[in-house]
Design a protein around this ligand. Structure first.
Ligand code: FAD
Length: 470
């Protein structure tokens, strides 16, 4: 009890003016406090409804600054949040009353086209990296959104449009530079600190602050893909998933079953009606792509068919910086989407708890599934399909209603796979974090955590408490 009170006091503690002066003197980067005009912009995150007020935000200038902020947080006991792209669903990248270590100024990218590796600092976004790599007709697979940070995404696994062809983002991670809780900068790869290298490939921000990633590049350049929007009957949903499962590995799909949004390229008469809003990416030659995508086009008369030869970076269309949705989600894996499950998807979405409810379906397999389950801290290699359910809403008092709807929806789809993908977890409690790291994975991570962060300095995350010798 006394211990818990002490921890609460530390978390609730505020930095004194002297602390802020000391930080300003210590670091080369920008130190932003509530007194600065930049403060509100600096504490805003991708998701709406997250309104935390850190005591100080440090936009670090380099890896030495990272070490200095870590040391300051450790010595002062103040809560430390680590921010890269700012897309955490739990809002873990911003602390209430603590210090935010903001990596957004670390934006350098170097491409070694001949060696097929990129070196990118931790503040780089997926879109920036992808544009830089594309100048050499190369790519690394990240997620479905360009503004997501490569740091948070990579540390949790990374499931995107190249997942079936090249695996997860972590499967392309060659090395990383990590500042650990004691302020040391470690270069981590398969041979140097292999335990840490295993842990950061899925274990999130638990083990230190990554300042740089070295990632393998693949030939990409011209590909075949784009949006395909189909009417969402149960038959179309079921057959879409079946086609995606039997498609060649070059094809990765992300299909969102949802009410058609009022986008200019969707005919107005379809706005609001339930559709399969899919992005298809065939990472290969155009003719083979045409053949792979033909069965999807044949599922129903497309409402929109924008599938065409394209450059890989076009998977990231421009985004609206002012878009900050308030959303509640549930991430899960399923073994199949049979006709019964497809019926449930269509029915639940037609009776959604909010006007904008979504079931996003990502068929996995391919290269991702060929990596042994225990090779990295991402332990869901055998999971066949990821499903992300979400309700977008406006008024906070509605939250419980959406939570109940999501929980009933998830129960209806459950096929026995109890896993969860850490990068899509919100603040959902320890059982769900354990679902992200099942069985032996949790024990291994907890032991590595005890080695590199014994006092749990990095705790504002999907936390794995240190457990020595487990
Ligand atoms: C619109 C949207 C689309 C998404 N699409 C995908 C997708 O297609 N595929 C997918 O796999 N994921 C996807 N995600 C999930 C995304 O991978 C996670 O939210 C990820 O944590 C975001 O990383 P970030 O750097 O942007 O976020 P941040 O909020 O800055 O970071 C999240 C957490 O990661 C840790 N962290 C970040 N940077 C570092 C670092 N340098 N060192 C140590 N720890 C760090 C910290 O604990 C931090 O709180 C999506 C999220 C959103 C909001």
């Amino acid at each position: 009890m006394a211990k818990a009170q002490e921890t609460d006091d530390l978390i609730g503690s505020r930095l004194s003016d002297a602390d802020v002066r000391e930080l300003r003197a210590r670091v080369k980067g920008e130190v932003i406090t509530p007194a600065d005009t930049e403060y509100d912009r600096a504490r805003a995150v991708f998701y709406g409804g997250i309104d935390r007020r850190p005591a100080v935000i440090v936009r670090v200038a380099d890896k030495d600054d990272v070490a200095r902020v870590i040391t300051h947080a450790r010595e002062s006991g103040i809560e430390l949040a680590v921010r890269a792209g700012g897309h955490s669903a739990a809002g873990h990248c911003v602390s209430d009353g603590g210090v935010v270590l903001d990596l957004s100024r670390l934006r350098a990218i170097e491409i070694d086209a001949e060696g097929r590796v990129a070196s990118a600092q931790a503040g780089v976004t997926a879109g920036e990296y992808t544009a830089a790599a594309d100048t050499h007709d190369l790519a690394t697979g990240f997620g479905d959104t360009g503004s997501v940070g490569i740091a948070g995404l990579t540390l949790g696994g990374g499931v995107g449009y190249l997942v079936r062809k090249h695996g997860l983002t972590v499967d392309d991670l060659v090395s990383a530079d990590i500042v650990t809780a004691d302020g040391q900068l470690l270069h981590v790869d398969a041979d140097t600190h292999p335990d840490l290298f295993w842990a950061i490939r899925g274990g999130g921000g638990n083990f230190g602050v990554a300042t740089r990633f070295e990632l393998r590049l693949h030939e990409a350049g011209a590909i075949f893909g784009g949006f395909l929007v189909l009417p969402a009957t149960a038959e179309v949903v079921h057959r879409f998933v079946a086609e995606a499962e039997s498609a060649p590995e070059e094809l990765s799909t992300i299909a969102s079953v949802m009410p058609a949004p009022p986008m200019p390229f969707i005919p107005a008469e379809h706005h609001g009606s339930l559709v399969v809003f899919a992005m298809l990416v065939y990472a290969g030659a155009v003719e083979a792509g045409q053949r792979a995508i033909a069965p999807f086009r044949a599922l129903a008369a497309p409402i929109v068919d924008m599938v065409k030869p394209m450059r890989y970076p076009e998977v990231y269309p421009p985004e609206d910086d002012a878009y900050h949705p308030v959303a509640l989600g549930h991430t899960m894996f399923v073994d199949s989407v049979g006709r019964g499950a497809a019926d449930a998807i269509v029915d639940r979405l037609q009776h959604g708890s909010s006007p904008m409810c979504v079931a996003q379906i990502r068929v996995l397999g391919g290269a991702m599934a060929r990596v042994p389950v225990d090779a990295t801290a991402f332990a869901h290699r055998r999971s066949r399909i990821m499903v992300n359910l979400a309700a977008l809403y406006e008024r906070t008092e509605e939250k419980q209603e959406h939570a109940d709807w999501l929980s009933r929806f998830a129960d209806a789809l459950h096929t026995g796979d109890d896993g969860a993908y850490v990068n899509f977890l919100a603040d959902e409690g320890e059982a769900r974090i354990r679902a992200a790291y099942p069985g032996r994975t949790w024990d291994r991570l907890a032991a590595i955590k005890a080695r590199y962060d014994p006092t749990n300095l990095f705790r504002l995350n999907q936390n794995i408490p240190p457990a020595p010798g487990s």
